[in-house]
Design a protein around this ligand. Sequence first.
Ligand SMILES: NC(=O)c1ccc[n+]([C@@H]2O[C@H](COP(=O)([O-])OP(=O)(O)OC[C@H]3O[C@@H](n4cnc5c(N)ncnc54)[C@H](OP(=O)(O)O)[C@@H]3O)[C@@H](O)[C@H]2O)c1
Length: 151
Amino acid sequence: MHEHTAHQKVAMLTGANKGIGSATAEQLAELGMTILIGARNPRRGEQAAEAVRAAGGDAHPVTLDVTDPASAAYSPSKTVLNALTVQYANELRKAGILVNRRRPGYVDTDSNNHTGFLTTAQGAAVVGRLATLGADGPTGGFFGEGGPVPW
Ligand SMILES: NC(=O)c1ccc[n+]([C@@H]2O[C@H](COP(=O)([O-])OP(=O)(O)OC[C@H]3O[C@@H](n4cnc5c(N)ncnc54)[C@H](OP(=O)(O)O)[C@@H]3O)[C@@H](O)[C@H]2O)c1
């Protein structure tokens, strides 16, 4: 049973019903965080949340389509993502919010018809590390398994 405290950390993940997002949800739940499972399909979101709870974590589905203007934004190219990362990092630095981009590596998921050579857990590791940085951690960066990656 998971206990809530005044300092309970909450992780909101998009695309968390499968692949790297789902593995990240599992890893952050193991660290004791409450996970909000973002999924565009409510049924798949609930199934993923149930899987995290079955493993002893605390997870709740949130219906979220990142291409829906009512939910968030658009489908950005990598160049736009780089620019957004730096812009958001600069904007949010004073609020104490870190904004970083990650490169998971070539991960075995549906998105590449399972041709990737890393497991979803391996791909999720770098995400988990960025999600658990301290307040004095880097911001506006691009990180892979081995550390900072050139833009
Ligand atoms: N796998 C790799 O080697 C690799 C390498 C570099 C970067 N990436 C990036 O890592 C991210 C996750 O990839 P993955 O390999 O884990 O893919 P995946 O297994 O296909 O999972 C993609 C997830 O994103 C969700 N999704 C797709 N479109 C969405 C939308 N409009 N709004 C909200 N959620 C949406 C999917 O939901 P549904 O189940 O509803 O489709 C699914 O949960 C992607 O951004 C991908 O480009 C992956």
